[in-house]
Design a protein around this ligand. Structure first.
Ligand code: MN
Length: 250
């Protein structure tokens, strides 16, 4: 009954299971670690964390090459704890928030940092900087029924064998409960939603051929490589959004 075959349902592996987690939406939290907020030029403590999103089909599985995206010369890594929801709703109270968590994963919020800086400078939207194809690598999801609901645990990232980011998730400004409660004030959360909970300090660039390994405690592990070949749909160094005249309503 569709005019062409419906797009495939994006999904994520579940640790120790043949079942898969169907992705509904990808929500992201920005500025959720004080030290990272500072390195991005925010004055820590004066601003609440912020929210943005990525398309559901931006997920990239563990062990799969990530194409270097077009339209940027400054692709950045951001390692993050990812929440996978099996429940949802609006106006979720913090004390009920964990009831909606199916499990935990580690992921990368890949960012076209040059486009983000340009968007910030002109007060424009971040979409081209954040919500692009293949921008959300993610490990297998560890079910909370097996690993519980950790309040602490080391989140880390290595690039080409060098430790680049690490922090305890207890340092998050919005903890797991608050991320869910706050997001549910703005969006109806639903089963299949992923929440990338923000990155610690230490973000930096990835080049073609770089290998990354990320982990969260003994709960999740993600490996991958930035592909050596250029992604298709190559654009010039300055994206269309960047070239658009001021006030063009993009
Ligand atoms: Mn992020």
């Amino acid at each position: 009954m569709y005019v062409f075959p419906a797009p495939a349902q994006p999904s994520v592996a579940i640790r120790g299971s043949a079942l898969r987690f169907p992705v509904h939406r990808i929500h992201c939290v920005g500025r959720n670690y004080a030290e990272h907020a500072k390195e991005m030029g925010s004055v820590a403590g004066l601003e609440n964390p912020t929210f943005f999103s990525k398309p559901a089909d931006a997920v990239v599985a563990d062990g799969v090459d990530v194409p270097y995206p077009p339209g940027t010369t400054n692709l950045h890594f951001e390692v993050e704890l990812v929440l996978a929801l099996s429940g949802g709703g609006s106006g979720i109270a913090p004390e009920r928030a964990l009831d909606h968590v199916y499990g935990y994963a580690v992921g990368l919020d890949l960012t076209r940092r040059d486009l983000q800086a340009a968007a910030k400078a002109r007060g424009g939207p971040w979409d081209t900087a954040k919500g692009f194809d293949h921008s959300a690598p993610i490990s297998a999801i560890a079910p909370a029924s097996e690993v519980g609901h950790p309040a602490h645990g080391l989140l880390w990232l290595e690039v080409n064998g060098q430790r680049r980011q690490q922090a305890d998730i207890g340092e998050m400004i919005f903890g797991v409960r608050e991320c869910i409660a706050e997001l549910s004030k703005w969006y109806a959360l639903a089963p299949g939603d992923l929440i990338y909970t923000g990155t610690p300090a230490g973000v930096g660039p990835l080049q073609r051929g770089d290998r990354f390994v990320a982990g969260f405690a003994d709960i999740a592990r993600l490996e991958g490589r930035i592909a050596c070949a250029q992604a298709r749909g190559v654009m010039t160094r300055r994206s269309r959004a960047e070239r658009a005249p001021k006030g063009s309503g993009l």
